[in-house]
Design a protein around this ligand. Structure first.
Ligand code: PGA
Ligand code: MG
Length: 237
């Protein structure tokens, strides 16, 4: 990292997706992102579809202040020297009704008996991509909910909650405009972050929705694409 050369005031805050952006296709975090995130001289928000404990742990292990949008915007958490707040939106009970109806129709969420994917979720549920999508969509719509495919799971979400909404809450608490942020992500659940942020990058492995919504698509995929985006931002800010 060329931290000595960084002009801190010139660097924008970041809104960074986790799976597919900081990880490889198997959700394994690339170790190079630790220094890159820790060295970024402006706030870094992890904005993910994962349940809250995952991004909170990642912030702790990286050495970042906890600025998190979890559950696709359903849970927002700030735990820093100056802010301590959790904001929840969404409707876990409605998502549970969808899960129950999906099971009644003979399908399984696909995570095994422990289901650690949903254990700590407060505002939505996630379903394995090995499970059938069409009946899940149908049941979700019947309950007034949407299904978002992140490329890693199907998420049963409230239509009025997304990562962009979550980012707007964090930005507000930090006294920033969401448009000051640079967003980096890989899939449909990042489109709202891309729209809220002032500048957006899809990594090369991104799905069609994210690719279409992003201002720029990196040449490299996964964490290489993330690191490429940071280089571009650094050289142009
Ligand atoms: O939880 C998922 O399915 C994807 O998580 P992500 O938003 O960090 O890519
Ligand atoms: Mg992702």
């Amino acid at each position: 990292m060329d931290r000595a050369d960084d002009a801190p005031d010139a660097r924008p805050p970041l809104a960074v997706d986790i799976d597919g952006t900081l990880t490889d296709r198997n959700r394994v975090v690339d170790p190079r992102i630790f220094d890159a995130l820790r060295g970024w001289p402006a706030p870094v928000v992890l904005a993910t579809g994962k349940a809250l404990p995952y991004p909170v742990a990642l912030c702790e292990f990286v050495g970042l202040p906890t600025l998190v949008v979890a559950e696709n915007g359903g849970v927002v958490c700030l735990d820093t020297d100056t802010h301590d707040e959790i904001v929840a939106a969404g409707d876990r009970a409605a998502a549970d009704r969808v899960a129950a109806a999906y099971r009644d129709a003979g399908h399984d969420l696909g995570w095994g008996s422990l289901d650690l994917v949903n254990r700590w979720r407060e505002t939505e549920i996630a379903v394995s991509r090995d499970a059938p999508l069409a009946p899940l969509r149908e049941i979700a719509v019947d309950h007034g909910l949407d299904v978002v495919d992140t490329g890693f799971a199907y998420h049963v979400v409230s239509p009025d909650v997304d990562k962009g909404y979550g980012l707007s809450i964090v930005a507000d608490r930090l006294g920033r405009d969401p448009a000051e942020f640079v967003a980096i992500g890989d899939s449909a659940n990042d489109v709202a972050t891309f729209e809220a942020a002032g500048r957006s990058f899809a990594v090369a492995n991104a799905d069609e929705a994210a690719t279409r919504a992003a201002d720029r698509v990196t040449d490299a995929a996964y964490a290489d694409g993330f690191l490429e985006a940071l280089r571009i931002v650094r050289s142009s800010s």
